[in-house]
Design a protein around this ligand. Structure first.
Ligand SMILES: Nc1nc2c(ncn2[C@@H]2O[C@H](COP(=O)(O)OP(=O)(O)O)[C@@H](O)[C@H]2O)c(=O)[nH]1
Ligand SMILES: [Mg+2]
Length: 341
């Protein structure tokens, strides 16, 4: 059975082979474990990665059980995981705190956040895990990039009012490029997937293979400050290819929009299931990747159920009000389905 390895996985594998220290190797193996497609064809490879990982951890005197806290790998929770990163003091913790229940520390000086902290953002009826991170700087450790790489998408926070905006953004771009995490905007993400891309002259063929294509939004924070408009112009020039959202945690400007964009960046949809002859359960959506079909939705409920599925009836806010649809019908966000087996 073919392994169908993704370019993201192959990038991690290459970094592993080039890694010099056991610390780097551990991070790469953990990334490989997170990125490897999980099916029968990769079973042996996964076992092999696990063995190598536990050997290295043992050598470092660490038990496998403690690796999550030591290496800051967050188990995904909710509908998706979004890393919030950026230069020091830009308002990352303020954003995570205002959007979630995370007990993260905020202070008017840099490097307050020394280890990443997770919190849950509630967007309508979906929970999304946000990860507040220590600052992106020259000396950010490998696990920092591991968090961005393994998250489903990320938010790059900048302080639009900062006098050092140019300098700090250039450092961020440099470090992200070194970690093969740049560029990765929504548009490029879909372009790359269509293989119809025109990323040149920013990256060459070799680099493209390794780039971890994850949506990244720029969040221009502190838009309440008088010089924020100037900062916005600077950012548009420095990173012309990424969508920018202006926000302020001080006056609340843009935060609702930010929540919606975070949801959007996950490229997911919600469907509600409805028992025959009853009202749909609108409190507990089934979360699926965009492009999923009626059959995919049935599969998330039960494998056997999907196999027996004959058709479904569909309701939406536009043209469907209980019409029959095939198993291959592509679903939209907020569709209501009634399965018939
Ligand atoms: N004016 C203004 N200040 C903010 C805003 N958001 C955060 N701050 C301030 O910026 C400083 C750094 O915030 P913090 O969230 O700790 O930044 P982090 O280091 O990126 O996590 C604190 O003094 C915050 O009060 C904002 O929207 N407007
Ligand atoms: Mg912080």
């Amino acid at each position: 059975m073919p392994a169908n390895l993704t370019p993201q996985y192959l990038g991690a594998d290459k970094r592993f082979r080039e890694a010099k220290t056991s610390e780097e190797k551990i991070v790469c193996l953990q990334e490989m474990m997170a990125l490897i497609p999980k099916h029968k064809g990769t079973e042996k490879m996964r076992a092999d990665i696990k063995t190598r990982l536990s050997k290295l951890l043992k050598m470092k005197g660490q038990k496998s059980q403690t690796r999550h806290s030591t290496w800051y790998h967050f188990e995904k929770q909710g509908a998706g995981q979004v890393a919030v990163f950026g230069a020091p003091n830009v308002g990352k913790s303020s954003i995570v705190k205002i959007l979630t229940n995370a007990q993260t520390e905020i202070a008017p000086y840099p490097f307050t956040t020394t280890s990443p902290i997770a919190g849950m953002l509630i967007y309508e009826d979906v929970q999304i895990q946000l990860i507040d991170t220590p600052p992106l700087a020259e000396d950010s450790p490998p696990w920092f990039f591991h968090i961005i790489r393994t998250a489903d998408s990320s938010v790059w926070v900048i302080d639009a009012s900062s006098d050092d905006l140019l300098e700090t953004t250039e450092i961020c771009i440099k470090r992200l490029k070194e970690a093969n995490l740049y560029p990765g905007s929504i548009d490029m993400h879909s372009n790359l997937q269509n293989e119809n891309h025109s990323l040149e002259p920013m990256i060459n063929d070799k680099e493209r293979e390794e780039i971890v294509v994850k949506p990244i939004y720029i969040v221009a924070n502190k838009s309440d400050e008088p010089n924020a408009l100037l900062g916005l112009e600077i950012i548009k020039e420095l990173v012309p290819d990424m969508p920018i959202i202006q926000v302020s945690t001080k006056n609340g400007n843009g935060l609702e929009e930010l929540k919606r964009r975070i949801f959007d960046s996950l490229e997911i949809l919600r469907v509600y299931t409805k028992p025959k002859g009853k009202q749909p359960d609108l409190t507990d959506p089934v979360i699926l990747k965009r492009g999923s079909t009626v059959f995919d939705a049935a599969k998330t409920l039960h494998k056997d159920f999907a196999a027996k599925l004959k058709y479904a009836r569909l309701w939406d806010n536009e043209k469907f009000s209980g019409q029959m649809v095939e198993r291959s019908h592509i679903l939209k966000d907020k569709d209501i389905i009634e399965f018939h087996v």
